[in-house]
Design a protein around this ligand. Structure first.
Ligand code: AMP
Length: 618
């Protein structure tokens, strides 16, 4: 079916416009496009530079800054400056609790499996909203530089991103007013930038080594018939060029016989040293000795010593490459191409060790900061149908998903997925002893199922009675090449299973599909804010359910005053839910969690103590 795009200014459908490629990075983001000569180019709007730091700052009166201007506030106003939001996209607090100290802003600990939120001042933001602010800035820069509306994009994500992280990235795009035609893996985009994978007849195995400022990952890909398959990924989400800078700073502290604690306490000096260390590191690309001073501190380092210092870190990345190969059941001899991505691959030692490990020269001609965005632009061009030589596989025109709590649409197969395709997700019950689960299948782009098209509904019956949250219900969608969708629901603990089949394209015209797409973009903002209210409300109701349950079961373990205070918290939470104010609801949930956490911990300690007593041999 024809690709459509919506001109947001006029609301009309356009047949032809530019599709940009976006690398939404942890540290920096970039946007690229294909110029009329068919070359991919990164956008440098009004000389602001091609890299947009992925940093958002909220000013005292609500003004929002994104990019370089926001980055300056990382030091002077860290609580109101959000960085590394990509690490939080599609994540629950449980996923990130081990590295929560990494963030200088407030990540809400609600002790649940729901997605994290960030508190800045009185407001709560989701990583989706924050990423949308970055994407909006990229969109604005592209529109300014290209002097044309930009409404469609391809956005890249790491190969290891799960479903929820990919969906969050799509949502961020939508919120930024972009029709996200496809989410592409970063290593796939990097391969495309080198022209690898463009010939449908070639079969190749590729290693993509990506060492950025804060993260490292390596992916092993196989390309066959123009399809990229990720065979394995490995890496370390806290390893990158920033570590090299820290190692240099530590070395200078030692050489100058400084006290490390004093340096850390002196914020300004610590920053100066860090920047000087980064300067030294980069200088080794063209010189072998760095020799400068900060006040009376000597900042001296030669390349050989630098390489000695960072050797263990680089070795760590090589171990990851070994592990990735092992997981892919391959050896270095099976790898046809090695591609370097990320600013830190400019380090000579990194190139040397990677090349030695794979026993072949590495691809490093394309700027390693830009290679992913450039590849995304090529993918965008392919999707626009501008490369006739490349096979465009059949895609599903509308997203397919199911209804979740509060009447929300949870997408299982995103639109524009190549068919045949499959997708799945695990769900659970929300009420103790729930034995049936309604599964309603919808098609469409809106966040609320009532705005989408219902395809089927059935009941998964016979789930054994268990406490809420215990059953594991896998819902799998399989869309075959003929467009038949099979929906399977299975409760894993009991094996209870049910299956239905539908044909999503039946009874829907191309015009209706176009209308549905247009509605989704024009209503994106309202839809997402409504969804956030529903999610907050659902979370609030879940919290009330849990706390009331706790009081019923363990009320005798807490004091009368504690019970009374808990009940007061419950009342204000219920009022907030009734008011429908998202920030109020989240604030009250946060408060009740803070208040009741010590009881739960105390109870846990008592339970452990009792269990220990039970085990004693006296
Ligand atoms: P990225 O996250 O891909 O933008 O990479 C940023 C990292 O690349 C930072 O740690 C930079 O210090 C590092 N970097 C940039 N240029 C160089 C260079 N010439 N040599 C070594 N590292 C560099």
């Amino acid at each position: 079916m024809a690709k459509v795009s919506i001109n947001l200014a006029t609301g009309s459908i356009q047949k032809e416009d530019i599709i940009v490629g976006i690398d939404l990075g942890t540290t920096n983001s970039l946007v690229a496009f294909i110029n009329p000569d068919k070359d991919p180019l990164v956008i440098n709007d009004a000389g602001k530079g091609v890299l947009v730091p992925s940093v958002v700052h909220f000013g005292p009166t609500g003004e929002v800054l994104v990019g370089n201007e926001a980055k300056e506030f990382l030091i002077t106003d860290p609580q109101n400056t959000v960085f590394s939001v990509k690490r939080l996209l599609g994540r629950s607090y449980h996923d990130i609790e081990n590295y929560k100290d990494f963030f200088s802003y407030k990540v809400i600990d609600d002790d649940t499996e729901s997605l994290v939120k960030i508190k800045v001042g009185d407001k709560f933001y989701t990583p989706i909203e924050l990423s949308a602010l970055i994407l909006k800035e990229l969109k604005a820069r592209a529109e300014h530089a290209l002097k044309t509306p930009v409404n469609r994009a391809v956005i890249t994500v790491p190969a290891y991103f799960n479903d929820s992280q990919r969906q969050a990235t799509r949502d961020a795009g939508k919120l930024a007013g972009l029709d996200v035609l496809r989410i592409v893996n970063e290593p796939t985009a990097a391969s495309l930038a080198y022209g690898i994978g463009l010939n449908p007849d070639e079969t190749k195995t590729i290693a993509v080594y990506d060492l950025g400022g804060g993260t490292f990952d390596v992916s092993i890909l196989q390309i066959q018939n123009g399809i990229f398959e990720v065979l394995a990924t490995n890496g370390d989400t806290f390893l990158g060029g920033d570590d090299f800078d820290r190692i240099i700073v530590d070395y200078w502290i030692e050489k100058n016989q400084l006290n490390k604690a004093d340096v850390i306490a002196n914020n300004e000096l610590a920053q100066q040293l860090r920047l000087k260390a980064e300067e030294a590191k980069k200088s080794f690309s063209h010189q072998s000795l760095f020799n400068e001073k900060i006040g009376d501190i000597w900042c001296t380092l030669d390349r050989a010593d630098f390489e000695q210092l960072i050797l263990p870190k680089v070795q760590q990345t090589i171990t990851c490459c070994q592990n990735a190969l092992k997981d892919a059941k391959l050896t270095t001899a099976d790898i046809d191409e090695v591609i370097m991505v990320g600013g830190s691959t400019r380090t000579a030692l990194v190139k040397k060790m990677v090349s030695e490990f794979f026993a072949r020269p590495v691809h490093d001609d394309v700027n390693p900061d830009e290679v992913v965005a450039l590849g995304a632009a090529i993918q965008a061009d392919i999707l626009a149908g501008n490369r006739k030589d490349i096979l465009l596989l059949d895609v599903t025109p509308l997203s397919l998903g199911i209804e979740t709590m509060g009447g929300l649409m949870d997408v299982i197969i995103p639109r524009n997925s190549k068919v045949p395709t499959k997708g799945g997700r695990q769900y659970t019950t929300s009420i103790d002893g729930q034995v049936n689960m309604k599964i309603a299948v919808y098609q469409g782009e809106r966040d609320l199922i009532k705005e989408n098209r219902k395809l089927a509904e059935f009941n998964l019956k016979g789930i054994p009675s268990m406490p809420a949250g215990f059953p594991k219900v896998d819902i799998n969608f399989l869309l075959n090449a003929d467009g038949i969708l099979t929906i399977q629901a299975i409760e894993l603990r009991s094996g209870v299973k049910q299956e239905v089949e539908v044909k999503p394209t039946y009874g829907i015209t191309d015009e209706q599909v176009e209308q549905m797409l247009m509605d989704s973009i024009t209503h994106a903002k309202d839809d997402i804010s409504q969804r956030m209210i529903i999610e907050a409300r659902t979370e609030g109701e879940q919290t009330i359910y849990t706390v009331e349950n706790f009081l019923r079961k363990h009320g005798s373990h807490i004091t009368a005053e504690e019970t009374e205070k808990t009940n007061e918290h419950l009342v204000v939470l219920k009022e907030a839910i009734a008011s429908g104010d998202k920030d109020q609801i989240l604030k009250r949930i946060d408060e009740i969690n803070e208040f009741t956490r010590p009881f739960a911990e105390r109870l846990m300690d008592e339970a452990i103590a009792t269990a220990m007593r039970g085990k004693s041999i006296e």
